[in-house]
Design a protein around this ligand. Structure first.
Ligand code: GLY
Length: 419
């Protein structure tokens, strides 16, 4: 199946690609577990908001009211953005950030965050933090209390303790059980070895086996589901756990903010890619990738494949595009197309890349853009609050849903026989 660049960049042309190739149709892992999120979707994915306004990833839903109220009360824009992230960092049931985040391959939670404060043009960042749950606040503390911009690992933690941040074990019992499930079922398939971006990386060949890829995937799913039961993972979390084991998620929260004095700020926080190699930092702590804010222009942030976003400095690219006159929607699409270009328009690989951007311009214009639309009944969404809190569908470069990575046959030699 060959695709030209034109084919690939034409949204409608790919409407069935993601569910057609390899016979796979599993949606990207929902990092929020079994709790149903708000369902109502309004708007078109871009628009003209009225300050004060916050634009966040969909998982900012729970905290965005607080952020909005803070802006109404005249609080600082960065404090409001951080309040949105902190709500989820404090929630042990959110397995994408803070307390309860999914751990690295050694079962240790490592958090990343960065922030930018428009009015002062200051920035702060922390990476690989192990025992402090509110890393967005810690990134802000680096910004406020040091002459540095970025602290990582042990140094960042020691700095946090010196400022009074509490030391906590961030691995909840549930996250530990899911890590154990991964360890017992998948540990031979980790993040060592070639990545999707390596030109030598070969997607599994179709055919030549007695079972289809879909059948193999289903057998694998059932095997891990049974193991989840044996490990006493709560029934309502089993489906989530199996997905997280088979397709490691990289859930993240971003929030960009504009107040009625035209001040802006942005914040991104995450526990990063599940089962990652210890020390791996994605895009979230990288100023210019996971988050970028320029008081003169706008603010942008990202969730999704951190490695791909770092390679195009996505948030900075988007803000610079807006400085040159692009709308938030155009600026975001340009960034997504740079990712497409980095894969030489190879749609077979790009179907495994999940990338979303949240964009707010200084005049209140905003957009949420995504590489893949998601399924028709569950489109990718983002959160906006400008007095009306809502989830809007994101504007998609391509119709269809990203496939979960890695492809299941990557673990072909380890699969069905083990239990
Ligand atoms: N985008 C979050 C991460 O890759 O860690």
């Amino acid at each position: 199946m060959a695709f030209t660049r034109r084919d690939f960049l034409t949204s409608a042309a790919l409407s069935t690609l993601a569910v057609g190739l390899n016979g796979q149709s599993t949606p990207s892992t929902d990092i929020h577990g079994p709790a149903p999120g708000p369902q109502a979707t309004k708007g078109t994915g871009s628009g003209q908001g009225k300050p004060p306004i916050l634009v966040s990833s969909a998982n900012g839903w729970n905290g965005i009211d607080k952020g909005y109220q803070m802006l109404r009360d005249g609080k600082d824009t960065l404090d409001a953005a951080i309040a949105v992230g902190k709500t989820q960092e404090d929630d042990p049931n959110d397995m994408s950030v803070g307390l309860g985040g999914l751990p690295n391959e050694e079962g240790v939670v490592e958090l990343d965050s960065c922030c930018m404060h428009g009015p002062t043009r200051m920035a702060g960042s922390v990476g690989g933090v192990r025992n402090i749950k509110n890393v967005a606040l810690l990134a802000q503390a680096v910004m406020q209390h040091t002459g540095h911009v970025m602290l990582v690992g042990e140094g960042a933690e020691k700095f946090g303790y010196a400022l009074g941040f509490p030391k906590e074990n961030l691995l909840t019992e549930r996250a530990h059980q899911i890590w154990l499930l991964w360890k017992e079922s998948m540990s031979a398939e980790d993040w060592w070895g070639m990545g999707l971006d390596d030109p030598r990386y070969k997607l599994p060949e179709e055919g030549g086996s007695e079972r289809s890829a879909a059948e193999t995937r289903e057998i694998e799913r059932q095997r891990i589901l049974e193991l989840a039961e044996r490990l006493h993972i709560e029934p309502e979390w089993r489906e989530f756990a199996v997905n997280a084991v088979m397709y490691p998620p990289h859930g993240t929260i971003h929030c960009s903010v504009l107040n009625d004095k035209n001040e802006m700020s942005g914040m991104t926080t995450t526990s990063g890619l599940a089962w990652k190699i210890p020390g791996r930092c994605g895009d979230s702590p990288i100023i210019g990738a996971g988050n970028y804010c320029d008081q003169d222009v706008g603010s942008a942030g990202a969730t999704g494949s951190g490695e791909e976003n770092i390679r195009i400095a996505g948030a900075h690219t988007i803000v610079e595009n807006m400085r040159k006159g692009m709308s938030p929607h155009e600026a975001g699409f340009d960034a997504l197309k740079r990712i497409v270009r980095n894969f030489n328009n190879d749609s077979a690989k790009l179907q495994y890349v999940d990338m979303k951007y949240y964009i707010l311009r200084k005049d209140g214009a905003y957009a949420g853009v995504t590489l893949w639309s998601g399924p028709a009944d569950r489109p990718a969404r983002f959160c906006v609050h400008d007095g009306t809190k809502r989830l809007e569908p994101m504007i998609a470069l391509n119709q269809g849903q990203a496939l979960d990575y890695p492809p299941n046959s990557r673990r072909r030699s380890r699969g069905a026989g083990r239990s």
